[in-house]
Design a protein around this ligand. Structure first.
Ligand code: KG4
Ligand code: ZN
Length: 344
């Protein structure tokens, strides 16, 4: 079964073709980062308009890459939520109208399910059940993943998501948008130990997290050193280093606690922050000490992409007794709790 995947939940238009026999056979992506950078963050209306411009050319490009035609597609998976309402509507309406014209079924996918399953696109891939650390711009959660559609929330952030904390702290330091990768790059130049920031809730005894205080701690540190505009480059890098070290320590500590608590020995890291090198190194090192293995999606599939949506769609369709009805209607869910998704 050949599934076309369409991801348009935020500022990336991602398209992919996943075949249940051959695996991922094509994927294309357009990132709107440059367009939003001028505004210091994602402008929803501009995002929707740009998805409209990109989505069809990217589908054509993916088909050309795979040397296939529209007729070859058996089903279309699209991101139904969560995300920006207008942006989601672009992907959903293109998916449903294209499917209607081709007389093929569609399936609406939860964006976070896409992220959760994306490490299965790598080789070697984890096998069910495993623990997933989901760290994106909007979410920071530890989940127990038993099989497709069977996800148990073990703990999550009580306030800012890890990616959000990276982005807000980067903004504080005058690093622009998107902040995560820029802050992480700057942290590499920092002096270890010059500044130390708190590790919020590291020893709380549960798997809950909190990152908004860290951003405030950075603001205080910045002020103590004369304010963001007066910071010399080295001090800025040292603060970035301290911030990254603190957030990585918390994410590693909580992930190890989740492994201990459940007895699982496989940890999967997904979402944009999963691209962070320091997090990857620390997690792999610490997990190895406990004879646990950490799995990451390929770097290009850590951030938003179409491959994870095509893959999640293909897995769900494969598990269904009958393909979904073709009725030409659709809804998007800008707010959608992962616990509320359909069981497989
Ligand atoms: O998963 P994603 O692409 O989109 C959401 O679903 O949110 O994640 C984007 C988030 C942003 O907050 C971005 O700053 C962060 O992931 N991010 C990083 C890195 N690359 C992306 N954070 C830290 N280090 C990175 N290398
Ligand atoms: Zn995402």
């Amino acid at each position: 079964m050949l599934v076309l995947g369409i991801e348009t939940s935020c500022d990336e238009t991602g398209i992919a073709l996943y075949d249940t026999e051959q695996g991922l056979i094509a994927h294309t992506l357009y990132s709107q980062v440059k367009m939003h950078a001028d505004y210091g963050g994602v402008v929803p209306e501009l995002a929707s308009r740009d998805h409209i411009r990109r989505v069809l050319p990217l589908i054509k490009q993916a088909l050309a890459q795979a040397n296939l035609r529209l007729d070859d597609i058996d089903a279309i998976a699209y991101t139904r939520g969560p995300g920006l309402a207008g942006a989601l509507l672009v992907g959903a309406s293109v998916a449903v109208s294209l499917a209607f014209a081709l007389d093929k079924p569609t399936i609406g996918i939860h964006h976070l399910e896409g992220h959760l399953l994306s490490p299965l696109l790598a080789t070697p891939a984890p096998v069910f059940p495993f623990i997933a650390l989901l760290v994106s711009g909007g979410h920071s959660q530890l989940m127990e993943v038993d099989s497709i559609g069977q996800y148990k929330l073990l703990g999550e952030t009580l306030d800012d998501a890890a990616g959000e904390a990276f982005d807000k702290t980067a903004k504080l330091l005058g690093l622009g948008y998107p902040g995560g990768p820029a802050l992480s790059k700057l942290a590499d130049q920092g002096t270890p130990g010059r500044f130390t920031l708190p590790r919020p809730m590291l020893n709380s005894g549960d798997l809950e997290m909190s990152f908004s205080g860290l951003k405030t701690a950075v603001l205080t540190l910045t002020r103590q050193n004369g304010g963001a505009t007066l910071l010399d480059d080295q001090t800025k890098a040292d603060i970035a280093h301290a911030f990254q070290a603190a957030i990585v320590d918390v994410l590693v500590g909580k992930s190890l606690a989740a492994l201990d608590q459940t007895g699982h020995r496989q940890l999967v890291v997904a979402g944009g922050v999963g691209a962070n090198r320091q997090l990857r190194e620390s997690l792999s090192r610490e997990a190895a000490k406990r004879r646990a293995t950490v799995f990451y999606p390929p770097l290009e599939f850590c951030t938003d992409n179409g491959a994870m949506i095509a893959f999640a769609g293909a897995m769900r369709l494969k598990a269904m007794k009958a393909l979904p009805q073709k009725n030409g209607s659709f809804t998007v869910q800008p707010r959608w709790d992962l616990q509320e998704i359909d069981k497989v």
